[in-house]
Design a protein around this ligand. Structure first.
Ligand SMILES: C[S@@+](CC[C@H](N)C(=O)[O-])C[C@H]1O[C@@H](n2cnc3c(N)ncnc32)[C@H](O)[C@@H]1O
Length: 567
C-alpha cells in the first residue's frame, strides 16, 4: 500500500495538453512605464473536482521500486535529450539494401529535403517540443534565457544613458514552443528598472499552430493583455510585412525607426542553405541526390527524413558569386561551406525596414573553423534535421553594413551565440555584458557542465543538487532531474534543509513553462513534498497536476491523502 500511489501514477497513461484557462499568476505592475515585472510568484488553480476516490491513506516511500522507476524514467529522458552527434562529414556506409530514388541531383538549397523539413514542423506543431522530438534543452534553458536577458538589459541601460526613450522591439524568429520567450521575458522583466526604455516582443514562426500555442498559453497571457507581447506569422524565406495577430495590426509595412532586435535560436540550421565547394581556384555549387531504403508500405514523405541517404555531386562553377563567396575564392579558401543566403537576405530585408538599426542575437550549432573538408555533409536527424551554421556569414554581413559583430573566441560544439549590429559598436554596459555572459562563461559552457553533472546525478548529495539547480538559474528541468536524488534522502532532512528544498522548488516551479510533456513535473514534486510532510504544498502540486494532465485516479487519491494528513 505504501508505494501504491507513486507507482500507480508513474505507470499511468496521462492526459496531455490540458493547459486550462483557469491558471492565474501574480504580476506586479510598474508605473509610469508600462513594464510588467513578470514575477510569477503564485500560480493558483481552481479545481472543479467533485468526486474523489475512496482510498486508504497512501504514503509514498522514498526507497521503493517506484523510486527506481522514477530514476529509470529520468535516465531515459536524459538519454533522449543528449545532443545528437555532430553532423558526420563521412560518406554514409554503402548498403546492399534496395533503395528508391527520391530526388535526382538537385542544388542543395532547392532540394526536397527542405520541403520535408518544413512539412515536419508544420505537422508536428508544439508536439515537436512536447514529445521531445526536437532537441531544445539548450535554447530553452533558463540559463540561456537569463544570459540573453542580461545582454538586452545592458543594451537598454546604454540606450537610457544616451537619452533614448523609444521602445526596443524584439522579434523572435522561429520561436517554436515559446519556452524561451517565457523565460527570456520573465528574466528580463524581473530585473528591468523603470527608467529603461520599454521593451515590446513579437514572437514569430512559420507554423500557425506554434503561434496559437503561445497566444493561448496562460503564462504568456498577461504580457499579451498589456500589449507587450504579440505573435505573427513570418517566413524567413519570404520576408514581407506581417500582421500582429493579437492586435490585428500590420507591422513593418514600410521603413520605420528601429531599433529592432532579432532573436533566432536553432533556426538558421532549419531553413534552406547553399552548399559550396571551393577547390583549386573554383567555386562549385553542390547538388544532392536523395534516396531511401525501400520499405514497402511506408510513405515516401517527411516522416522518412531520418532514413534519407544523401549523395553529393559538384555542379558547374558559377559566376558571379555572392560577394562573401568571392572573398573566400580570392583568399584561396579550400573546402566545403554552408552558406545561409536565405538568412542574410532576411536580415537585409529587416534591416531595410528599420532603416539600418537591426541587431541580431542568435544561438545555433556552429560550423566550426576548419571543419570544411571536401566530404559529404550528413545532417543530424531528430524527426527534423539540422546542419551546422556558418556564423562567419553573419559576421561578414554585419561588417558589410559598417556595424559590429561579436562571436566568442571559443567554438562551442553544441551552441554558439553571437551578437551582431548593423550600425553601432556596443557601449559600455553592453560591452561588459557581452564579455560576461557570452564570452567569459558562455551558455555553451553551462551546457557542457550540465551534461557532466546530470550524468552523475545519482552520486550527488542533496546540497549539490540544490546548488546545481540554483546555478542553472532555477531551471525546472534541472530540478526534475534532481528529484530522484532528493527523494532518496527524504528521511534524513533537517528542518533547515526542508525549507531550502521548498524554496528551490518554488523558484524552479516559477520558471516552469508547461508543454503537457511527460513526465508530469507537478506530480513528481507533489510526491516529494508529500514524503517531506509538506502536505499543503504537496496538495497544491497534485492539484496542478490534475489541472495540467487531467484528474486521474492516482492524483486524486494523493490530493485526498494530503487533505487527510492536514486534517
Ligand atoms: C529547431 S526549431 C527551433 C525553435 C526554437 N527557436 C528553439 O530554439 O527551441 C526551428 C523553428 O523554426 C521554425 N521554422 C522553420 N522554417 C521556418 C521559416 N522558413 N521561417 C520561420 N520559421 C521557420 C519551425 O517551425 C520551428 O519552430
Amino acid at each position: 500500500m505504501a508505494t501504491k500511489v507513486w507507482a500507480t501514477r508513474v505507470g499511468l497513461q496521462k492526459k496531455r495538453g490540458l493547459l486550462g484557462e483557469m491558471w492565474v499568476f501574480g504580476a506586479k505592475y510598474h508605473s509610469p512605464t508600462p513594464t510588467v515585472l513578470f514575477t510569477v510568484t503564485h500560480r493558483v488553480v481552481w479545481l472543479a473536482i467533485t468526486s474523489i476516490l475512496e482510498e486508504p491513506k497512501p504514503k509514498p516511500m522514498a526507497e521503493s521500486s517506484s523510486l527506481n522507476d522514477l530514476k529509470q524514467m529520468l535516465a531515459d529522458e536524459l538519454a533522449k535529450e543528449q545532443l545528437p552527434p555532430s553532423p558526420s562529414l563521412d560518406a554514409p556506409p554503402a548498403s546492399a539494401q534496395k533503395t528508391i530514388e527520391v530526388e535526382g541531383p538537385t542544388l542543395f538549397q532547392d532540394s526536397v529535403l527542405w520541403q520535408w523539413q518544413r512539412e515536419f514542423f508544420a505537422q508536428a506543431g508544439p508536439e515537436a517540443w512536447r514529445g521531445g522530438i526536437v532537441p531544445h534543452y539548450i535554447t530553452s534553458s533558463s540559463y540561456l534565457a537569463y544570459s540573453y536577458a542580461q545582454v538586452v538589459l545592458a543594451y537598454q541601460q546604454d540606450r537610457a544613458l544616451a537619452g533614448e526613450t523609444a521602445p526596443l522591439t524584439v522579434m523572435e524568429l522561429g520561436g517554436g514552443s515559446g519556452q524561451f520567450t517565457f523565460l527570456f521575458l520573465k528574466h528580463y522583466w524581473e530585473s528591468a528598472a523603470p527608467y529603461l526604455p520599454p521593451l515590446e516582443y513579437v514572437f514569430t514562426d512559420v507554423v500557425q499552430a506554434n503561434l496559437d500555442f503561445v497566444a493561448q498559453h496562460p503564462l504568456l497571457a498577461r504580457p499579451q493583455e498589456h500589449g507587450l507581447l504579440d505573435v505573427a506569422l513570418f517566413d524567413i524565406s519570404h520576408p514581407q510585412p506581417l500582421t500582429l495577430q493579437g492586435s490585428d495590426t500590420p507591422w513593418l509595412t514600410e521603413p520605420t525607426d528601429g531599433p529592432l532586435l532579432v532573436i533566432a535560436n536553432y533556426l538558421w540550421d532549419t531553413v534552406p542553405m547553399e552548399l559550396w565547394r571551393f577547390q583549386e581556384g573554383q567555386a562549385y555549387p553542390l547538388q544532392v541526390a536523395l534516396s531511401l531504403p525501400a520499405s514497402p508500405g511506408q510513405p515516401v514523405d517527411y516522416t522518412r527524413l531520418p532514413d534519407l541517404v544523401l549523395s553529393y555531386t559538384e555542379g558547374k562553377p558559377e559566376a558571379p558569386l555572392h560577394p562573401m563567396l568571392t572573398q573566400l575564392l580570392a583568399a584561396d579558401f579550400e573546402g566545403d561551406v554552408l552558406f545561409p543566403k536565405i538568412g542574410l537576405d532576411c536580415l537585409d530585408w529587416l534591416n531595410q525596414q528599420v532603416q539600418g538599426q537591426l541587431l541580431l542575437l542568435s544561438g545555433d550549432k556552429p560550423q566550426t573553423e576548419g571543419a570544411a573538408p571536401h566530404q559529404p555533409l550528413q545532417p543530424v536527424h531528430h524527426g527534423s534535421f539540422s546542419l551546422p551554421v556558418n556564423f562567419e556569414a553573419f559576421r561578414w554581413w554585419a561588417q558589410q553594413q559598417g556595424g559590429f559583430a561579436f562571436t566568442p573566441l571559443r567554438w562551442h560544439r553544441s551552441l554558439h551565440v553571437g551578437w551582431y549590429a548593423a550600425s553601432h559598436e556596443p557601449d559600455h554596459h553592453l560591452q561588459r555584458a557581452i564579455h560576461q555572459y557570452l564570452e567569459d562563461f558562455h551558455p555553451g559552457d553551462q551546457f557542457v557542465l550540465k551534461r557532466a553533472v546530470e550524468e552523475q546525478y545519482s552520486e550527488l548529495t542533496p546540497e549539490e543538487v540544490l546548488a546545481y539547480v540554483r546555478f542553472s538559474r532555477y531551471d525546472s528541468k534541472a530540478l526534475r532531474r534532481g528529484l530522484a536524488t532528493l527523494m532518496g534522502y527524504v528521511n534524513g532532512y533537517t528542518e533547515a534543509m526542508r525549507q531550502e528544498i521548498l524554496e528551490v522548488i518554488r523558484r524552479a516551479w516559477d520558471n516552469y513553462y508547461p508543454l503537457g510533456e511527460n513526465p508530469d513535473l507537478p506530480f513528481l514534486i507533489g510526491s516529494l513534498l508529500y514524503e517531506m510532510d509538506f502536505y499543503a504544498e504537496a496538495k497544491q502540486f497534485f492539484e496542478f497536476s490534475a489541472q495540467l494532465y487531467g484528474p486521474d485516479e492516482g492524483t486524486l487519491a494523493n490530493i485526498k491523502s494530503c487533505q487527510e494528513m492536514m486534517d
